[in-house]
Design a protein around this ligand. Sequence first.
Ligand code: ZOZ
Length: 693
Amino acid sequence: MELVQLALRGRVAVATIANPPVNALSAGVRAGLAEAVAKAGSDPAVDAIVIAAAGKAFIAGADISEFGKPPAAPILPDVLEAIETSAKPVVAAIQGVALGGGLEVALACHARVASPAARLGLPEIKLGIIPGAGGTQRLPRLIGAAKAFPMMLSGEPVSADKAAEYGLVDMVALGDVVEAAAALALDLASKGAPPRTADRMEALTPADREAFEALAADATKKSGDMPNAMALIEAVRGVFTLPFAEGMAAERALFRTLVADERSKALRYAFFAEREAAKVPGIEASVKPRPIAKAAVIGAGTMGGGIAMCFANAGIPVTLIETEQGQIDNGMNRVAAIYEMSVTRGSLTAEKRDERMALITGAVGLAAAHDADIVIEAAFEEMGVKKQIFGALDGIAKPGAILASNTSYLDIPTIAAATKRPQDVIGMHFFSPANVMKLLEVVRPAGVADDVVATAVALGRTLGKVPVVVGNCFGFVGNRMLAQRTRAAERLLIAGALPHEVDAAVTAFGFKMGPFAMSDLAGNDIGWRTRKSLGKKAAVADALCEAGRFGQKTGKGYYLYPAGARAGQRDPEVEALIARVSAERGVTRRSFTADEIVARLMDPMVNEGARILEEGIAARPGDIDIIWLNGYNWPAWRGGPMHWADTVGLDVIVKRLEAQAAESGDATLEPSPLLRRLATEGKGFSELKAQAA
Ligand code: ZOZ
């Protein structure tokens, strides 16, 4: 089948792109478009041309998998120039998403018609680049830089109606969009030379420039460290200072530099890793998820309330279950307060808030879960409690209902064994705050039914989450690796670093918060309780908790928080305590550079990630990265811990771990066999094949 099919509709040539699934502009599509426009241009039976697309998307943009490879002719800017300089009018018929290069195709056309459901945007910023086929030059010429720049800076698409309001599309067609585009194309043909976006200057007024410069100054303040945001400002400014051809050349030079940058490579890697994670090894696409029309959540604490909100936000009725009415009232009030905040901020209408609140019903007693298609338990993290709940649920839930636990580290098969339907029991680990965080670890114990796994994944997507299927083990993937970082952070303190130095190194690496500020925020007593239950010790962290320094909530932890301050201040008492612990262990304290701190924190995590892969707990290194990007705020442009390790070089990481293991005498720091093997073979994690989780 041709990637671009040319057909005549009266005196209009319709070039239809058919490159499933999203009509990405692969080399074949670019060539097909160029050929179609040339052929229609020289055909005396044709007066005008429509560019249309088959399927759900108009064009999702460049084929991202081609980035980084030598560009195959014809390159997109040349194809677009051919479209724009066509003597016969070319009209885009946009029936679905027009993104990136896809919108740039539409911008090069002489007019645009969109279906009401179409969405138009330039999301390149999210891939670490800027538009490279004229987007920064044509969009401002069409709608003004003050409207175009925010679209490109956020990367968020606009609706067809918004696009019409902006003047980005000429018409929103309620019926057949190709028909409407053909009519408009013929109308343009009857009026002589078609209008070219490149020639339009009327939107670029002094007021527009002033508004753009104000937005640019604000963006520089907020995103001065993002090279693509700064490049975007430079490119867009060109519409006021350079002739079109020079502006195009400047945009392309900036695009080429950015596309070769490691940061863009990491973001593109993450784009594909996220989509790969959606495919669960060992489960056929033919396995149908069970229908979920009603849900129940057990436990109306912060977590349970957040999970209930996820269902309500997706339009699924949910019962929030507790043991006492007072707890229900507290939980419902917390949920109402969060929605109220969104209304105050303007991100939610009062009507939507009421709709969502109406979908959440509080109930006392597990019996209220009798008609739920899925029950998610978010009760106290204690095996005895979980077993009791699941045992009781077994007698209450309807046959075929999925019984899920939101536990963050407990053994799912032990929980499942409390029921007579272990095939229906699964882990669904949401991250706090559950209504905000994207990650959902779907914990797949041996013996769970395939359609239960498929349902958890599909439901995760319906709830707007990024689901990643993992195997059952203590802490699953994310928290198991985090535990390594926590241990490494404590080791660093004893070896000579101070909390603020560790946190500064981690924020400079790109995290929003360092491990100690994070621990103070979450509450140091959480880890303390877990350590006690496992019989583990951490000299500094334990001593802080014994002194009642639980973090922000007690006004002091690793830092001081005078009078409710949110940013911690260094505390000489804590620093003296740390020095005391070092002395007791006979450690001569030394200083660490930021790079050393990062290596000492991240290398053990990578090592644990390698063990997780060896054990088949994660199917792919990319799954681990998606977990860290969506659940733990790993900086997006570093692609996740396993991708980062590849960029450092696994041989380097192996040597550093060996040195750490020798220095500390801690055998768990010895490189895992998989890490050693890959390093010896000169390979990276990216070369591993997927395995069943
Ligand atoms: O897939 C969603 C989406 O948002 N896609 C990415 C859109 C995007 O970022 N476009 C901009 C690309 S950059 C660009 O366009 C710059 C450019 O032209 C520069 C040219 C400069 C030349 C200069 C020369 C010097 C979308 C909203 C479209 C659909 O979402 P869904 O949830 O329905 O589906 P997904 O996301 O699961 O995707 C389905 C399959 O399609 C693959 N895919 C999507 N967009 C792609 C793409 N593959 C390659 N390129 C794209 N742009 C996606 O990986 C998935 O594949 P499978 O195999 O997992 O099914």
